[in-house]
Every structure is written in C-alpha cells, then in structure tokens.
Design a binder for this molecule. Structure first.
Ligand code: NOJ
Length: 492
C-alpha cells in the first residue's frame, strides 16, 4: 500500500515538472523568430558607486537596509557585470542567442538624474557592452528604466512629480542619441505595474491613490519618450519602442459567470491598466467603474482614478510599437462579495480572490508556479484584446533555491512554455516574434536576495571572481536557439 502511495506521489511530481516530448509542439519556429536572454542593471552590474555612478532608489532601499532582503545580502557587487560583461557576452555567444535584453542604469549615465551632465565612464561601459554584443552578432534589446530611479529625482517626488515624464523623456533622448544607431528594440519602462505597486519602498506613497497617479505618470513618461523617438530618431534609426508589461494569466476558478467575470476584471486591472491606454487611449471601463464606485462610497468627491483628458488620450494612444510582455505564472480567480469600504486599497479596487493550486509545482518563490498552459491562454487574450499585436516575450523563467547545474525543472519549464507559445502561433494565429529567458545567470532577486536563482548559468557569489558556470538548461536552450526546434527532430 505504501508503495502505491509513493508511486502516486512520484507520478504527480513527474507530471508537474517534466515535459513529455511527444506532447511538445514539433514545428520549427520561423527563421526570423528571435531567441534571447535577459537581465537588468541593478541585478547584475554591481559597481554601484564606481566611475561617477550615483545612488539610485535601489541602492538606497536594498543595499543600505539589508534587513529588507531575506538573506541580508545586497547588490553592491552582484554578478560584477560592470567588470565581467565580456564573460556574459561569451555565454550569450555560446548559447547562440539572437538578442540580449539588458537595462541601462540611469545614474550611471546621468549622475544628477537630469540630462545636464553625462558621465562618460558610464556611457563607455554600455558602448563597450553593445560593441561586444555586435561583434558576436547579438542584438541589444535595451530597457531604459528597470526599477533604479535616481535617488535625487525620488527626493523631488519621483513618479508622483508632474515633472517625471519630462525627466524620463530627457533621459531617453540621451539614450537614443548615444546608443540608438545600434538598437532596434527599445523598452522604455520595465513592468510599470510592479513599479507602482512597490513604489512605497522608496518614499511616501498612498496605496489606491498614488498607485493610479503613478500609473498615469509612467504612461505619460513612456509616451513622451516614444514621441521623442518618433520625431527625432525613428527615420534614421528605424527602431521600435514599447513598454514591457507583465502579469499572470488569470484562470477563472470555475465555469460560473461570476468567476469568469472576476478573472476578466483582474486581467483588465493588471494588464489593462497599462495596455488599454496604450492601445485605446483610456483606462479599461471596469477600472473606471469600480474605482469611481468605491471612491464615492469612501467619501471622495471624485474618483481616485485620474480622468484622462482628450489631449492625454491622444498623446498616449498608439505609442506601443510592439507588445512586450513578461510572463511567469498563472493564478486562479474567484468572485467574492464586495470588499468592505474603508481606506483606499488597490487590491480591494479589483475586488476578487486569487489563489494557486497546491498541486502546481512550486519554485523557490511562492508566487511562481509551473503552469505552461497559461502562456497560450494569455497570448490568445492579448491577441483578442489588443488588435493582434506583434508580441515579444521579454521575460519568462524559473527559480530554484540551489542554483544546481542539473536544473531539469528549468529546462522543462522553458520547453513547455515555448511549446505553448508555438501552439499559440501555429494554431491560434498569435503573432509572437521573440522570446527571452529570465535570466542569463543567477542574480540579485530583489527582496529574495540570492536565495532565488533564475539563471541558465550559475554564479558563484562566494568567489570574488563571480565565476559563471553553465547549467544543463542552457545547453537545451542553445539547441533551441540553433535549431529553432523544441524536440529531437522537428517537422519543417
Ligand atoms: C520581473 C523583473 O523584471 C525582474 O527584475 C525579476 O527579477 C524577474 N521578473 C523575476 O522575478
């Protein structure tokens, strides 16, 4: 009997973490499909105060208050990519990727935060990185902002300042000028939803009020950068500019109309709070209705969600040249009674209950479960909602706590998420152009420090050399990059 239970237990583990090759999509990805890997400046570079770089909000929040990081670690050295970028590019070259998604550290380029003073050493670092990539035929996919706001600008109000869009557009102009001849894909702001959801780490921020002001500022800042590119650089540089949005797939907890609507509501709040304005000019209808309704009951004389003027609508609408999305996991969504009215609360504004299934394989991060079919459903939803956009999957990946080289689960995760991507392209007509694994190598995972390892390469954080060693998943991904095929042999 015991043996029987053990069999069931093992079978369940195998089911959730291993890929059955016979069930994988066996059609080749198109020749022009781009495979890549991603990182971000703060999480890998280190050298936080070297060669003229000044303090960012991340340096302030994570490196000066180790207590907010689970393992008490910090990112002052991280992977030391500031000194070891050639080793990073060597791994990318061996993987055979087409592109590398990385971010620029604002305070490495503009130490005052403003565009009045350019730090040559910082510029040189990114020029060298881009040159090294190009020598190896790897396209840079450049993120202008990935969480590390100049502390000087935070001190002047950060995202809540009406000047934020102007600061960001000026910084973006400098980036386009300096690097744009070599960049075809620009990502203005990475995961704006998370940026606003975590902004309270860096200064005073009222949830449910500042959350939406922040969203509007980020949308306006993105649009301002897009307009700068469009007017001043597009003709010559011929690149494309998008925001990198993120979110889960929201699966209704049951077939009931209430749960289906609840899941759709959450999709609209998470994806739609940025994508809807980018594609339609305005907030999703359900966001407008729910926040206005709750604001009124809370005693506000107008909605906590800022109403967009026609001018703002025209300015923001149509400023996403492609749909960049970071996606990792799925959650189940259940309808609930209207949450109690008290002080403003952005979760109560959505007004649903979310959970994940216990039998979904868990990573070392509680939110990240292995649910590859969510990718296909999400891609279809984005296609239907936003006029069949060209989609670039800018991040997708799996974390473990060990950094083990035999990282079968990560390999299977990549395999199955890519297989679902291929199904969506092939059977559902979704236009997916590119896919990047998060991450090239283990790095500093925010409050999880070095306890959550996402890399296709292991980094020895105990060694001053920060030695990189490729994991098994990287050899599988190399095969995919080279053959465009997920299985042993693909149909042509
Ligand atoms: C989203 C973020 O862009 C990145 O900074 C983070 O490390 C990964 N996802 C994994 O959580």
């Amino acid at each position: 009997m015991l043996r029987f239970y053990r069999f069931i237990f093992c079978a369940t583990l195998l089911y959730v973490g291993s890929a059955d090759d016979a069930k994988l999509n066996n059609k080749k990805f198109p020749k022009n499909f781009l495979f890549g890997a991603s990182t971000s400046a703060f999480q890998i570079e280190g050298a936080w105060n070297l060669d003229g770089k000044t303090e960012s909000t991340c340096d302030r929040a994570f490196s000066k208050q180790p207590s907010i990081v689970i393992d008490g670690s910090n990112a002052t050295v991280a992977c030391d990519s500031y000194h070891k970028y050639k080793e990073d590019v060597a791994i990318l070259r061996d993987l055979g990727v087409d592109h590398y998604k990385f971010s620029l550290a604002w305070t490495r380029i503009l130490p005052t935060g403003y565009a009045n003073e350019i730090n040559e050493a910082g510029v040189k670092y990114y020029k060298n990185l881009i040159r090294e990539l190009k020598i190896n035929q790897i396209q840079p996919m450049v993120v202008i902002y990935h969480n590390d706001l100049p502390q000087s600008l935070q001190d002047k109000g950060g995202f809540l300042s009406p000047l934020f869009p102007e600061w960001f557009a000026n910084y973006s102009r400098v980036c386009f000028e300096l690097f744009g001849d070599d960049v075809s894909y620009w990502l203005t702001i990475n995961e704006p939803f998370e940026v606003c959801a975590t902004a309270s780490n860096s200064g005073p921020f009222v949830d449910g009020i500042d959350t939406y002001i922040c969203a509007l500022r980020l949308l306006t800042a993105h649009a301002a950068a897009w307009h700068v590119y469009d007017k001043e650089f597009r003709n010559k540089q011929k690149g494309k500019v998008a925001m990198a949005l993120n979110g889960e797939w929201m699966e209704p907890a049951s077939n009931s109309t209430e749960d289906i609507n609840a899941a759709e509501t959450r999709m609209q709040f998470i994806w739609g709070s940025f994508a809807h304005p980018l594609y339609y000019g305005d907030w999703p209808e359900i966001m407008k209705t729910r926040i206005a309704m709750r604001s009124k009951l809370e005693g506000f004389n107008q909605s906590r969600l800022p109403e967009l003027t026609q001018e703002q609508i025209n300015y923001i609408k149509g400023t996403n040249d492609f749909f960049a999305m970071n996606h990792y996991t799925t959650i189940l969504v259940k309808a609930i009674e209207e949450p109690e009215i008290s002080s403003p609360n952005s979760t109560a504004d959505i007004g649903v209950f979310t959970y994940q299934r216990d039998d979904w394989l868990s990573s070392s991060l509680s939110w990240l479960k292995y649910v590859p079919w969510g990718m296909r459903k999400l891609l279809n939803w984005l296609k239907d909602e936003y006029f069949s956009p060209n989609i670039i999957i800018t991040e997708n990946g799996w974390a473990d706590s060990t950094g083990q080289l035999d990282d079968d689960v990560r390999e299977n995760y990549i395999k199955e998420y890519l297989s679902n991507t291929r199904d969506a392209m092939d059977e559902d007509g979704v236009n997916v152009m590119a896919y990047s694994v998060w991450s090239l190598m283990d790095n500093f995972e925010w409050i999880s420090g070095y306890t959550a390892k996402f890399g296709m390469a292991y980094v020895d954080f105990n060694s001053p050399n920060r030695t990189r060693t490729r994991k098994n998943s990287s050899f599988y991904f190399e095969k995919v990059c080279k053959t465009h095929c997920l299985v042993e042999k693909c149909e042509d």
